[in-house]
Design a binder for this molecule. Structure first.
Ligand code: ZN
Length: 402
């Protein structure tokens, strides 16, 4: 809902409406990068002078800047474009996975200013240890970028209660009721706002903002790493459940006598389609790192029959899982991330065949797509989470970065 504001000139402007429209402009620039004033005027449905006043406010807040694009071959007066400010605020995004912790400084517009990955072996350790890693990352990125971040967003492979910022269950980390948000706030001395989210939920958020879920109202992002989980969008809203445990489809039991799962049960979906399943089926007894999984896919592309058979077996289980998701949620689109995007790329026909077999209405269309942000989906989603308050109210940034 776009609400018009007066374009200045002395009339009192209701603060909430002005902030709402500032947030809308910042949101457009954040998701789309550089936009002309004319484009912003059309998108907001307000007058050109109103957009001018709002852009001036955002420039004053240090969030956007205006420039004249060079090298264009357009005839006539060059149009100013509004884009994210080059040296504007950035957030610290952290992706905690089973084998590594990746941290990045991400600016408005999603530009990564600096990043690094710390390999953590087969297990990143206790919540306290991970909190220490995140605090080190905040400091290190501050040094690398030359200024401090304004907020922290952390993605974890576990259920997260967004209100308490507690990780309820993270089977592959061995965490239960880990108060990660509080640990981080304590360690950072309350200096920065900290938000925590589930990796699949955040990956979905990132693809919704700047990836392959853009414009969808009903979609699923299924992530496959050491664990498997779903980020679910229903009627334009993320589905988290009562306390963040929705979307844990990786722990739906699909074969009662299957391999044992870190959650304590047997035959969970993730034991059949997660990274470890791929490696096990391909006969590789190696750690489930991104590199080892990438090497497996390289061999499949090169025609290694054993590996291809493993990928096709996983594709069958994946198609079945997608059929169940389609029956439950009726999504327009399902985006596959992590190693599942490799499975779809190499064995789409097997995935689709199984999906047709298990879908209640086999002919009904659902779009299967690869993740646009690739391995960075959860990381970029953590950035989106950290930016949420600023995008909701651009004045928050002024307070935080002052
Ligand atoms: Zn399980």
């Amino acid at each position: 809902m776009i609400r018009p504001t007066s374009g200045g000139g002395g009339a009192a402007r209701p603060d909430a409406i002005r902030r709402h429209n500032l947030a809308l402009i910042l949101g457009h620039v954040h998701r789309d990068g550089y936009l002309t004033r004319a484009e912003l005027t059309a998108r907001l449905g307000v007058s050109r002078s109103t957009v001018g006043a709002l852009v001036a406010d955002l420039i004053q807040l240090g969030l956007v800047e205006e420039s004249v694009p060079s090298g264009g071959d357009r005839v006539g007066r060059p149009s100013h474009v509004v884009g994210p400010r080059e040296h504007g605020p950035y957030v610290v995004a952290v992706d905690v996975d089973v084998t590594h912790v990746t941290s990045a400084a991400v600016a408005i517009g999603g530009r990564v200013l600096s990043r690094f990955t710390v390999p953590t072996g087969p297990d990143p350790g206790s919540p306290e240890h991970v909190a220490d890693l995140v605090v080190s990352a905040v400091d290190e990125l501050g040094r690398l970028v030359g200024r401090r971040g304004v907020a922290v967003g952390v993605s974890v492979p576990g259920t997260v209660d967004k209100h308490t910022r507690t990780v309820g269950v993270a089977p592959n980390l061995g965490w239960q009721e880990a108060r990660l948000g509080d640990l981080l706030t304590e360690r950072l001395g309350g200096e920065l706002p900290v938000a925590v989210g589930n990796d699949a939920d955040l990956a979905m958020l990132a693809e919704l903002s700047r990836g392959n879920i853009r414009g969808c109202r009903d979609a699923v992002y299924l992530i496959g790493r050491a664990g498997v989980g779903a980020g679910v969008l229903v009627n334009g809203q993320p589905v988290t459940g009562r306390d963040g445990r929705a979307g844990e489809v990786g722990h739906n039991v699909v074969t009662a006598d299957g391999p044992s799962c870190h959650c304590g049960k047997r035959g969970c979906l993730e034991t059949m389609i997660g990274d470890l399943a791929l490696l096990r089926l391909a006969g590789r007894e190696v750690e489930a790192t991104e590199q080892n999984v990438a090497a497996l896919f390289d061999d499949a592309r090169a025609g290694d029959d054993t590996v291809l058979a493993a990928v096709r077996e996983v594709a069958g289980w994946l198609g079945q899982a997608l059929g169940n998701l389609v029956n439950t949620l009726n999504p327009q689109r399902i985006v596959l991330g992590g190693s599942l995007s490799g499975v779809l790329e190499l064995a789409r026909a097997d995935v689709e065949h199984a999906l047709e077999q298990y879908a209640f209405d086999p002919g009904h269309p659902v779009e299967l797509m690869l993740s646009q942000l690739g391995p960075d989906s959860a990381l970029m989603g953590a950035a989106e989470l950290a930016f949420a308050d600023l995008l909701e109210d651009p004045f928050v940034g002024q307070v935080t970065s002052a």
